[in-house]
Design a protein around this ligand. Structure first.
Ligand SMILES: Nc1nc2c(c(=O)[nH]1)N[C@H]1C(S)=C(S)[C@@H](COP(=O)(O)O)O[C@H]1N2
Ligand SMILES: [Mo]
Length: 310
């Protein structure tokens, strides 16, 4: 996987940009991304998400400018380059329904707006670490995955949760690429899924989640490599078998089921010791569990098993 950054993003104010400035700048953007956002926001039915930030998860570094987070994306359904954001604008996100099935007391299909009525939204600023050794810091709006699990009422036999992304060739040119095992599937153990950090995002920078970032609804698992955080979810399945995940199927030696961040366990083709912070020239040391060990280390008593970190 090559990493490429357009020169235009290496803007001088991007280093240590305070959030207020980022939001202010975003609001005054009249062209380009600003107008693209304006075209899909009204379709969402709710244009602004007024929720309070949970400071319990303070990331300890500045928020990455929205302009970078919304234009530098991994979303292979739209294409394998980082610049799929414009193509993704065509994705219709309303209405949107999610199927909940498998080992649950009552399988069901729930509309996005009905789901949103049953959860309480909060904002969390999380560090994001892609397996490709770049990182960013992102204010997500959403709710704990544990709340969704409570609504789903899994049976006691459920040991894993599988997450499935939309496949729609009409809007997603990347799914015509037969080399890839569509749909995109990810998975967590039920214990991981119930960890308080596991999050379902429906917003970004106080606005509805744009399609390129996995709108209208995605998973966010901040202690694992970014590929675990499946986008544009259409199905959540409770199961007693470890799901066969998308990247594991593509390249099992490189991308595993667990994928917990660890600076000491290299990817077969590159080191994971440091990461490039998008929007700055800095490389910073990578932290075990992406710095979230306090919350999640107890999930993995056997830290010696390298497979937990790939
Ligand atoms: N469905 C789907 N989900 C996905 C991906 C993808 O290609 N398809 N890419 C993953 C990877 S590798 C990363 S780093 C993050 C990127 O999220 P972002 O574009 O919002 O930063 O999404 C993850 N979720
Ligand atoms: Mo990634």
């Amino acid at each position: 996987m090559l990493i490429r950054i357009a020169r235009g993003w290496e803007i001088p104010e991007s280093k240590a940009t305070p959030e207020a400035f980022v939001l202010g700048r975003r609001r005054t953007l009249g062209i380009g991304l600003g107008s693209a956002l304006a075209t899909f926001l009204p379709k969402m039915g709710h244009t602004q998400q007024m929720v309070s930030r949970s400071h319990r998860y303070d990331p300890g570094r500045p928020i990455t400018p929205a302009q970078i987070v919304t234009t530098y994306n991994n979303f292979y359904e739209f294409g394998s380059d980082k610049d799929i954001w414009e193509t993704a604008q065509g994705l219709p996100m309303h209405p949107w329904v999610i199927r909940i099935e498998g080992l649950v007391s009552k399988p069901r299909t729930i509309a996005m707006e009905d789901l949103l009525k049953q959860v309480s939204l909060e904002e969390r600023v999380y560090r994001h670490r892609c397996v490709e050794a770049w990182a960013m810091t992102v204010p997500w709006t959403g709710f704990p995955l544990a709340s969704l699990i409570r609504l789903a009422q899994p049976l006691s036999s459920a040991r894993y949760v599988a997450f499935q992304s939309l496949v729609d060739a009409k809007y997603m040119p990347g799914v015509a690429e037969p080399f890839f095992p569509w749909p995109y599937i990810e998975g967590l153990t039920i214990e991981e899924a119930n960890n308080e950090l596991a999050f379902i995002a429906t917003g970004l920078y106080g606005k509805p989640l744009p399609p390129q970032n996995g709108g209208p609804i995605r998973l966010v698992v901040p202690w694992k490599y970014g590929f675990k955080s499946a986008k544009s979810l259409v199905k959540i399945t409770f199961t007693d078998r470890q799901p066969h995940t998308f990247w594991e199927t593509v390249s099992p030696q490189e991308y595993g089921f667990w994928a917990n961040v660890n600076p000491e366990v290299s990817h077969p083709r590159w080191s994971q010791a440091t990461e490039r912070l998008l929007g700055s020239d800095e490389r910073v040391p990578t932290q075990i569990y992406n710095g979230y060990g306090e919350w999640v280390a107890s999930l993995y008593p056997n830290k010696k098993d390298k497979r937990l970190f790939m």
